[in-house]
Design a protein around this ligand. Sequence first.
Ligand code: MD3
Ligand code: FE
Length: 193
Amino acid sequence: MRGFALADAPKLVDTIAQLVREAPFRHMTTPGGFRMSVAMTNCGSTGWVTDRTGYRYDACDPTTGTRWPAMPAVLSQLAARAAAQGGFADFRPDACLINRYEPGARLSLHQDKDERDRDAPVVSVSLGLPAVFVFGGARREDRTRPVPLAHGDVVVWGGESRLWYHGVRPLKEGEHPVLGRQRINLTFRKALS
Ligand code: MD3
Ligand code: FE
């Protein structure tokens, strides 16, 4: 949904800045011991984390031991409106993962399988520098296609595509008028059933 979040973008950017003061971006470690090039934080009643012990959802920020900030209404309502337009009524996300890409940061091909509710869609909101998202299929070997994502674009991933492989190509150098040298992606999920 190209530009679906454009009208909300100034308020989203402001809200993210506040959230990040409470729970700063950090580069998490994968179970294999690699530092992720994407910096992450969360808001909502639970948040996605990774460390040497594995991937999981946790109510608390591991760096402080306190709960993630609550999900502001401007975020949850945008996600619900987008999901509804994409054919998923009553989407009530409990987790919002906030990804920050600086030039060079990438996300290798993966599936999102850590959520218990596989019937709920994932809603993603892109802000800042444009990126090339790659969308594959049910198997890692499946052909991927590039999908450009720009500031204000929203994607609703549900049904069959919910478990398809996807990733993000290394972010190209650039300067966004609002966000500068970064891309921020919000992914809304229903993690716990
Ligand atoms: C397709 N994030 O956080 S958002 C992730 O741009 C993630 O930061 C990317 O993949 C980003 O896990 C892509 C789009 C997205 C998110 C979840 C999906 C696409 C998806 C789940 C299933 C299929
Ligand atoms: Fe993903």
